[in-house]
Write a protein that binds this ligand. Structure first.
Ligand code: EPU
Length: 438
């Protein structure tokens, strides 16, 4: 059920909240459980819609899943894995890209995999070509059929030498989840090395995999015949933590994010400090606050790890509307991730987007007609508006903007935020936000 959300902004967010496991690790670690023939236990699992989606997808494939939402634990018994119908997978997956990652594990367990609705509008303009290329490298045969793509591996899956043209997170995960049980050695070069990927490697190692990660983005995997279960505490959600950090700045507040960890957030913390945000880093979490002095403008770009995450970009842009001077943000991971700035302009911000690569090195989107650089002039007082959530991160950023704006904003489609921000309503209440829903 979709509801309309109203926020009376202009009130500092003060207090503390807790972040649990990262959405972008938890879903993959759940898929990894399919590869083993024992029970796996994942801990610190947040109560978000993506976890529900993967739970249902595992269940339709015969995995017994028991979940304690409050404790944040999921037990997955994948002793028996069964075929599922494309329609069933489609019904549970919704717009999620997770089914793509089931391919390797299902090929190992069942000899075939189905991905419904390939490349249709549900997946949008985020293609899956890297994934299909990777699977072909292992010897899989990809057959496009009416109900989706049907993948088999008639000669079995064999280790391969694979190079990614771009260090894609999903394609790297696809390689890991396929190579661990493929015959022989796989060498992946130009791999993504995000902390969530390192955590997935840790999960797979617990299951019995042999994986080494070199400093030059090369990952070597020695295939093994069987994998067992795992017991693992998920790495905390550094995207959620950074989103609340920006909310603290925009509302001139003071928020302790329990569970936030310094190392996976190092690049964000550097930028946060450069723009003048206040922080205290401790063992229990990170406190983010607005200091006495005004925020400063910055020129920066998003990039793959160890660069500044693309998912940190949207909340940061909202914070930059409050910084003194001209900021430049160059988005190099997604070609189309600045559309949300239009609504911010309606709220009083002054953001112009450009096709050129501004503020950093030229990227693969330069001269290709994508508005992927933003120039933000600040500080600009934000005023309330009637806005509709465009996507997960853009949606949370609208919420942040509304919290910092004078007047009552109406946010439509707020439920999309439940995909990746655990109990955000309760957290807003704990921080003293003034909001209601109808
Ligand atoms: N790409 C292709 N072909 C492919 C796959 C990707 O061209 O087959 C392109 C994408 O269009 C994009 C770039 O490669 O321009 C990077 O995509 P990547 O594969 O790295 O992203 P992903 O695995 O689809 C994950 C996260 C995203 C996060 C990115 C980058 C999950 C479920 N999603 O996506 O998170 O932005 O990595 O770090 O892990 C979010 O949490 O809101 C979110 C979008």
């Amino acid at each position: 059920m979709t509801s309309t959300f109203h926020v009376r902004g202009g009130k500092p967010l003060n207090g503390e909240i807790t972040v649990r496991g990262a959405k972008n690790l938890v879903s993959k670690a759940m898929v990894a459980a399919l590869l083993g023939d024992e029970t796996s236990i994942l801990r610190s699992v947040p109560d978000i819609r993506d976890v529900q989606i993967v739970t249902e997808l595992l269940k339709v494939h015969g995995v017994k899943v028991e979940r304690d939402v409050e404790a944040g634990t999921i037990r997955m018994d994948s002793t028996n894995v069964e075929r599922a119908h494309a329609a069933e997978i489609d019904a549970h997956a919704g717009s999620s890209r997770i089914p793509i990652l089931f391919c390797g594990p299902l090929l190992h367990r069942l000899g075939e995999a189905i991905i419904p609705d390939l490349g249709g509008c549900r997946i949008g303009d985020r293609p899956i070509n890297f994934h299909m290329d990777v699977l072909r490298n292992f010897g899989a045969v990809v057959d496009k059929r009416e109900q989706g793509i049907y993948i088999t591996a008639p000669g079995g899956l064999k280790g391969a030498k694979i190079h990614l043209d771009y260090p894609s997170v999903g394609a790297t995960e696809q390689v890991l989840l396929t190579a661990v049980r493929a015959e022989g050695i796989t060498e992946l070069s130009n791999a993504a090395v995000e902390p969530e990927i390192e955590d997935l490697i840790a999960v797979l190692q617990k299951m019995g995999a042999i994986i080494s990660l070199q400093t030059d983005r090369t990952i070597t995997i020695e295939g093994v015949e069987r994998l067992g279960g795992y017991d693992h505490v998920a790495i905390p959600d550094r995207i959620e933590a950074a989103s609340w950090a920006c909310a603290a700045l925009v509302t001139k507040g003071d928020v302790l994010v329990r569970g936030a960890q310094q190392k996976p957030m190092a690049t964000f913390l550097n930028v946060f400090r450069k723009i003048g945000g206040g922080m205290d880093i401790t063992e229990e979490g990170i406190r983010f606050f607005m200091p006495e002095t005004p925020l400063r403008a910055i020129a920066m770009e998003t990039d793959v790890h160890p660069g500044f995450m693309t998912d940190w970009q949207q909340p940061l842009v909202v914070a930059l509307t409050q910084a003194e001077g001209i900021s430049i943000v160059h988005e190099t991971v997604y070609e189309n991730r600045l559309g949300f700035t239009e609504a911010l302009n309606d709220m009083g911000a002054r953001i112009q987007v450009y096709r050129e690569c501004l503020g950093g090195s030229s990227c693969r989107f330069g001269r290709r007609n994508f508005n992927h650089s933003a120039v933000i002039s600040g500080p600009k007082a934000l005023t309330a508006a009637d806005i509709t959530v465009p996507d997960l991160r853009g949606g949370f950023s609208y919420l942040v903007a509304a919290l910092g704006a004078e007047g009552v904003s109406t946010i439509r489609g707020i439920d999309l935020i439940d995909r990746g921000y655990e109990s955000f309503r309760e957290k807003l209440t704990a921080l003293g936000a003034d909001y209601w829903e109808d």
